[in-house]
Ligand binder design. Sequence first.
Ligand code: C2E
Ligand code: MG
Ligand code: MG
Ligand code: MG
Length: 276
Amino acid sequence: NFMRSYADFVGMVLSRRLVGGALLHTLRARILSVIDGECYSIVYQPIVHVVEHRLVGHEALTRFTAEPARPPDQWFAEAAEVGLQEQLELTVIRKALLNLHRLPGDTYLSLNISPETILKGAVPAVLAGYPLERIVLEITEHASIEDYSLIATELAPLRAKGLRLAVDDAGAGFASFRHIIKLHPDVIKLDISLVRAIDKDLCVRALAAAIIRFAEETNSKVVAEGVETAEELAVLRTLKVSKAQGYLLGRPVPYESLALSGYPPGQPGSLGRSHD
Ligand code: C2E
Ligand code: MG
Ligand code: MG
Ligand code: MG
């Protein structure tokens, strides 16, 4: 394992000739200080059944409070460059899970994780003691993973006990279906770039419809990501998408600020907020 990470590290250094060893050292130290100093927080974004106006789950997203200010995907990419991807991803997952028991019992928590981290084998230990039937792992395709059937094999025992798997950003990458086919995901998340144009561009709408049809035929559920307008939601509903996530339905907020009632806000079907 050490040899493998060492080889990865050397390969990474050689492939990024502009990044000197000293800079890498600094970047690594910065990520370690973010982890050790807990310079991050978890926000939760509602996932809503838009036909029944019912909350079905939340996606946990990380917000970094360290300098420089920048979006979370850049922090995770940097952690990957310095060999700390698994450590950072699992650290924030552990933190996100701490609120699971305080979320409504009939809802799930969706956690982002890279295929690389899944293959390292620590997911069963991190999820141990949590109700697997309330957890969804979201994975995004990654160029470095050749064989997605390895991911399926790794997660099979947990999935047999209720864990669900989502493919994130479907329709965004050129190779998406190559791994979707291998993973038999429970959930396919329609990428924000498709949602953004779904009410304006017939080609985009046709591509979304094809993905939705694929999901139907393979028994996957669809969640539309990044829904911002009533127009986008209306088109999604004509395409028989019933679950969605986006600013229209609720922004990602800290657990304490979650409004667990009325989705979209002001609609009937409100959930009572139960505090413990
Ligand atoms: P993602 O998993 O596809 O997350 C969805 C992104 O869309 C989030 O961006 C969310 O804030 C944003 N979003 C949600 N609704 C809307 C909307 O209506 N409009 C717009 N414009 N954006 C919306 P965020 O939080 O900046 O995260 C970006 C990416 O960073 C995530 O994409 C994910 O790939 C990665 N990421 C974030 N948190 C984590 C984490 O805890 N672990 C890992 N491994 N990756 C994470
Ligand atoms: Mg996601
Ligand atoms: Mg996404
Ligand atoms: Mg993404």
